[in-house]
Design a protein around this ligand. Sequence first.
Ligand code: GUN
Ligand code: FE
Length: 449
Amino acid sequence: MTGDWAVYGRAIHAPDRVEDLRETLMIVGSDGVIASVETGVSPRDPRLAALRDGDALIEIAGDEVLIPGLVDLHVHAPQFPQLGMALDMPLQDWLQHYTFPLESRYADLGFAEAVYTDLVDTLLAHGTTTALYFATIHLPATQRLAEICLGKGQRAFVGRVGMDHPEQCPDFYRDVSAEVAIAETRALIAHIRALPGNDAALVRPIITPRFVPACTDALLDGLGALAAETGCAVQTHCSESDWEHAHVQDRCGCSDTVALDRAGLLRRGSVLAHANFISDADAGLIRERGAAVAHCPLSNIYFAGAVFPLRRMQALGLHIGLGSDIAGGPSASLFEAARQAVAVSRLLESGTDARKPPAERGQPGARIDAPTAFRLATAGGGEALDLPIGLFRPGYAFDALLLRANLPDGNLRVAANEAADRLMEKIVMTAGRGDIAHVWVGGRLVKSR
Ligand code: GUN
Ligand code: FE
């Protein structure tokens, strides 16, 4: 469709709590931005007939509902081929024996092209309209990932991984020097910003030191300076596992958060994956800098044996969204991450008898409900990135999923007119790829069943 167009019917979103947008007429501009949102519009409103006549109206049926697109704050694109593999190993062994050998293969541009094409297609089909990607140390393959996202219409932040520490990174997969890693990151930023067709910055570069253990101080400092110079967002891992957290304490004499801040890497728009073991002081620093946490409930189970204290960190004022952490998390679906966020929060809360281990349990009020998880997967991600996505509001990008209930290969079973909070609960608890009829990013239809 060219020019303004509209959708009409039922939408739900979670600005704070659940908002039920019934009989809603949403006008979308030719720039893909929502121009207006009006609820309670009669089906006999003459504007609908006019839009219909102009072939500029998408009508949401009784067994359908429109929701904001999903924002995945943490994806390792090159790890897609090992989804669900070797999660019985500790993080450091999984990295050395499986992940680094796999990531080293992206020197082969043909291999990268095949995997990245499959991944972006798959994530769009799962309703991920925005993704933050860690790629590898290879500049050509990372540039290719950005081009694939742009070509397929996925909103994305794409990062060339920096990792130059000779004691933590193997000879076959390591930056030759901090200088080269910084120069190639600079080249990636210029390449993505100049991509033809990327005038609206649908795809953006992101500065990506893998994690403190994998980077020398020179690399951390250099990438921090580059972030200040270019205004790029930053992504990294933070206080993920006991091993990793202790390693940074031993090397730097401080927490990951403080080490990242000293290097200038904690900024508005910085996304810290995991953050399982941050202290309240760390949280205060993250909030002060306007940085955010990518909560990755699935991989935290396998690699951290921990539950991120989400409620407590929300109360401390952090921006928080959700991450699949492909392939530390063995699912490409952010709906799956959302339901796991609900499930693990219940483990944190249950067991209120303080005499029974583990001591981390028994935190009254730790549980989150389904609308909170839905919010993390949508508006929370937008807030973390400081982008107008994840809500149906004027000025927000039209990034949306049309869910259709009762499909034979879908999971979502709903009756028309289901109360909005229960509908949202059903979506979080059951929805998946099979329930998604259409996916739009920035007003462009990018997937349809
Ligand atoms: N820490 C450093 N690299 C990685 C990675 O690839 N996955 C996870 N989960 N943690 C990491
Ligand atoms: Fe990760």
